[in-house]
Design a protein around this ligand. Structure first.
Ligand code: AMP
Length: 209
């Protein structure tokens, strides 16, 4: 199953992808995660994208497309994959169509108010990338990931100004993908406002699992 998770920042794409990869036995490919790892490693890619990410803007299409194209040549995606955070623009979607088929697109439906609550409290493990929430799902020991022992921190792009910018970018550049994929009969909508357990149930239901 080749699947795209589409939705605004903070909709819970990463949290559901983390569950869905075990349910479906396919890897999660998070472009944001790959960029954050590059920043942490101080690689040339990381140096190029850090300020763009911190400002809540999108990395250029060419760089992002190349990254995903290369990732999809690896062996672990033979049975399928979950693209979490890609494509985010129409040119990215058109490029993807040139090097892979897509079976389903899950559209995470959530109002801006829900996004603000999620992102305002989001805490992330610096090592394994697991998403916590300061109120709804805090790590048992403050600042420490109970999955891997890594440091739990607030992403630079989860600061209020960057959140606002990311929402604007989503509405202008990514939201048009909803119609793009609906017209191709690939889109499945899920209500992304409830807590994760309920979202997992909706996800299985729309896939007929
Ligand atoms: P995410 O973790 O998906 O919220 O992504 C974090 C940041 O990485 C975004 O705000 C962008 O700066 C960058 N990024 C992730 N995916 C893409 C993409 N498909 N196109 C452009 N930039 C991206």
């Amino acid at each position: 199953m080749k699947m795209i998770f589409l939705g605004p920042p903070g909709a819970g794409k990463g949290t559901l992808a983390d569950r869905a990869k075990d349910i479906l036995g396919i890897p999660q490919i998070s472009t944001g995660g790959i960029f954050r790892a590059a920043v942490a490693a101080g690689s040339p890619l990381g140096l190029k994208v850090k300020s763009i990410m911190d400002a809540g803007k999108l990395v250029d299409d060419e760089t992002t497309i190349e990254l995903v194209k290369e990732r999809l040549t690896q062996d672990d995606v033979k049975k399928g994959y979950i693209l979490d955070g890609f494509p985010r623009t129409i040119p990215q979607a058109e490029a993807l169509a040139g090097f892979s088929t897509v079976d389903k697109v899950i559209n995470f439906d959530i109002p801006d108010s829900g996004v603000l609550v999620r992102l305002g409290g989001r805490r992330v493990c610096r090592m394994c990338g697991f998403n916590f929430h300061a109120v709804f799902n805090p790590p048992p020991q403050e600042g420490v990931c109970d999955k891997c022992g890594g440091e739990v921190y607030i992403r630079d792009d989860d600061q209020p100004e960057a959140i606002q910018k990311r929402l604007e970018v989503y509405r202008a550049q990514t939201e048009p993908l909803i119609n793009y994929y609906r017209e191709k009969n690939l889109l499945l909508d899920i209500d992304a406002s409830p807590m994760i357990e309920e979202i997992v149930v909706s996800f299985k239901k729309v896939l007929g699992l």
